[in-house]
Design a protein around this ligand. Structure first.
Ligand SMILES: [Zn+2]
Length: 441
């Protein structure tokens, strides 16, 4: 006879099926299994009670020797939501008595030692955290953000400890402004693998010392670094010479163009005192003609016809971009000398000053023709970090910012259930060849 709903035997079977289903869904294996489910729809809560087969010997968490159970301790872990209901796993966790190591709590397969979350919950949190501000992730997961930060720190530290840097040959260095633009973190990137290797609080040449130590702690060789892409600050160049003596230096072209953009603006600001038509034209001179709107273009045409010093500085900057379209190092070297002469003859102080800086860094500027390196990848990473920071309105600590930078850009592998593998990660393009449309800062 077919069972009917009011038959008590039917309900019992149904409940048994549910615990089996949850045992399977959680991936539990003997001696662990789901014993009971308590569903509280008003409290939006599902409790999953797990237990082990009595008489099981568990391995000592230190040496792995099977040991007798000494006693048990009830613990609860937050699990991924069951639809819109918060799910918790509760189990009595055995403490085993090892002859060598004494009484130890055994490891459970669904959580790492010391965590109040299941591995699946942590995998979900690690998937979500790099994609949104932490307070939004905390709202979505209904957890306190300091607990989520602890999860992020744990996995980032754990994964970074295993990173192999023995093959790193080309690096890029750049800094990013931290909280309220005052604190800085410096980013060191593997230019070949296109990933963040190291981030450190502070800026300046000592950051390269810290990077060297970190590189060597990960099997890398500072003397084996052959190429490095930097901005033109004295600090990074000094640090590079000191700690990476075999690295050729390429001054990043985006930073070179930025330097020239600032020089053009300095000319404009001075001239605007006598030529009011230059007021509020800063962005017109910063952009390339091809990136201007139609009205900006008309404005630029008028300004260029007005015999302005700013227009001359602007033309010098545009001419400089042609450097990166020269065939080779030799042509480029000659082109650069001519450009410096031309700029000196212009009599425009800010441009002359910028040209002198470029002349002082000539080999590094021209190294691009051999290394093909630009900080494009760093700019990409930097803008993701800036965007994350803007959304989060700053991170409370530099450590949080650094952890987020690793989460976003270090391509770390986490020891977590496969949930993570299905998530697309941000990718960056490295420009190794001249861009067909020159890019300005
Ligand atoms: Zn032991």
């Amino acid at each position: 006879m077919a069972p009917v709903a009011h038959d008590p035997g039917f309900k019992e079977n149904e409940a048994m099926d549910m615990t089996t289903l949850f045992t399977m869904a959680l991936g539990l294996q003997a001696p662990w299994q789901v014993k009971d489910l308590q569903f509280n729809p008003e409290g939006h809560r599902l409790d999953i009670l797990i237990d082990f087969t009595p008489g099981t010997d568990f391995p000592c968490p230190v040496c792995g020797q099977p040991c007798k159970t000494h006693d048990t301790e009830e613990r609860t872990w937050r699990h991924m939501d069951f639809f819109q209901h918060a799910a918790y796993l509760t189990a009595r966790v055995p403490r085993c008595k090892c002859d060598q190591h004494g009484v130890k709590q055994v490891n459970v397969p669904w959580a790492r030692p010391g965590s109040g979350f299941t591995l699946m919950f942590e995998a979900l949190a690690m998937m979500i955290m790099p994609t949104m501000p932490m307070n939004a992730a905390a709202r979505l997961l209904r957890e306190h953000d300091t607990r989520l930060w602890r999860v992020a720190h744990h996995y980032v530290d754990d994964s970074r400890a295993k990173v192999d840097m023995s093959k790193v040959k080309e690096i890029g260095v750049d800094e990013t402004a931290g909280k309220r633009g005052q604190d800085y973190i410096t980013l060191m990137v593997d230019m070949v693998e296109r990933k963040l290797l190291f981030a450190v609080e502070d800026k300046g040449h000592e950051t390269l010392k810290a990077f060297k130590a970190d590189l060597e702690a990960h099997g890398g060789d500072a003397d084996g670094i052959k190429e490095a892409s930097l901005d033109m600050s004295q600090a990074f160049a000094k640090g590079l010479r000191e700690y990476f003596p075999n690295a050729y230096l390429t001054f990043d072209r985006f930073h070179v163009m930025k330097l020239l953009g600032e020089a053009v603006d300095a000319v404009r600001r001075k001239e605007a005192k006598e030529r009011p038509e230059l007021k509020k034209t800063r962005y017109i001179w910063l952009k390339n003609p091809s990136n201007l709107t139609a009205s900006q273009e008309r404005r630029l045409d008028t300004l260029e016809g007005a015999n302005l010093l700013t227009a001359e500085a602007y033309r010098l900057k545009l001419t400089f971009q042609d450097l990166y379209y020269q065939c080779d190092h030799m042509d480029a070297s000659q082109f650069l000398d001519e450009w410096i002469d031309m700029t000196e003859a212009s009599g425009l102080e800010p441009m002359i000053k910028a040209a002198a800086t470029i002349r002082d860094h000539k080999e590094g500027v021209l190294r691009w023709f051999k290394s093909g390196l630009t900080n494009g990848i760093l700019e990409g990473i930097n803008s993701l970090i800036q965007a994350a920071k803007a959304k989060a309105r700053g991170y409370r600590t530099a450590r949080n910012l650094i952890t987020m930078a690793y989460l976003i850009a270090a391509k770390l592998k986490f020891d977590l259930p496969t949930l993570w593998e299905t998530v697309p990660r941000p990718t960056f393009r490295v420009t190794k060849r001249p861009l067909r449309s020159p890019v300005l800062a």
